[in-house]
Write a protein that binds this ligand. Structure first.
Ligand SMILES: C[S@@+](CC[C@H](N)C(=O)[O-])C[C@H]1O[C@@H](n2cnc3c(N)ncnc32)[C@H](O)[C@@H]1O
Length: 227
């Protein structure tokens, strides 16, 4: 196996590294390391894509506005853009370098330019707090899950106040979806306890990798009220 570094940058939120692995049969995979923690690779992106499709399947209407937090390798954002009902995708990403690399075409999932896509270098918690009632779908994948944080500072996102802010960023009837590397029924319970949230579901999505089964999870909730 050979590893080629495509980008490395340090900033206020630690170091981010984008690299390409080439294995013996010649196949290649991108991987992302954030602040020393393996964030993801593109060996199987089915659940990153499902984060968008599961949320959008629960949205009604068209001209949909979507917020994705964070960018990663761009699979969730690209999947949202593939839905013709989607009019705008905002991505909140902490690492400015990753946004620059996306602009240089280093994230092939994003494909060519799409005028519906806006990449913001910001903490998604701040973006959510400044966006009450704005989105039809909010798709959160900024950690490996509430129990496996990439940044300790993300912990409040999964507490009641943080979840309430995420739900409040939705239009009535809008959908919040949160990715996690492991099942997190406690997150579903917490969302279910919020007065503004309804129809909470906890989806367990199995993925086979290196001959092993991993259960990732997506927790979905709707903002109470109709759109
Ligand atoms: C696992 S990756 C997201 C993968 C993405 N769903 C995809 O399909 O490629 C997590 C991303 O969240 C970003 N991130 C972490 N904490 C963040 C925060 N508080 N606000 C915005 N982005 C954040 C990381 O820099 C990283 O790019």
């Amino acid at each position: 196996m050979t590893v080629t570094e495509l980008g490395r940058a340090s900033g206020p939120h630690g170091e981010v590294v984008l690299r390409r692995r080439t294995v013996e049969d010649g196949s290649t995979h991108l991987e992302l390391i954030v602040d020393g923690v393996f964030a993801m690779d593109d060996v199987d992106t089915s659940t990153e894509r499902a984060l968008a499709t599961e949320a959008l399947a629960r949205c009604t209407g068209d001209r949909l506005r979507v917020l994705v937090g964070g960018l990663g390798l761009g699979w969730t954002a690209a999947t949202a853009l593939a839905d013709p009902r989607v009019a705008a995708v905002d991505v909140a990403e902490l690492q400015g370098a990753l946004v620059r690399w996306a602009g240089r075409g280093l994230l092939p999932a994003l494909g060519g330019a799409d005028r519906r896509l806006r990449l913001h270098v910001t903490d998604v918690a701040d973006h959510l707090a400044g966006s009450p009632g704005r989105y039809d779908a909010v798709l959160l994948d900024v950690d490996n899950g509430p129990a496996f944080l990439v940044h300790r500072t993300n912990a409040p996102l999964y507490e009641e106040a943080g979840l309430a802010t995420a739900v409040a960023a939705l239009r009535p009837g809008g959908v919040l979806a949160v990715w996690a590397s492991d099942p997190v029924p406690e997150l579903a319970d917490r969302l279910g306890g919020l007065p503004g949230a309804a129809d909470v579901e906890h989806l367990v999505l199995p993925v086979q990798r290196d001959g092993r089964r991993f259960d990732h999870a997506i927790t979905v909730a709707r903002r109470a009220g109709s759109s």
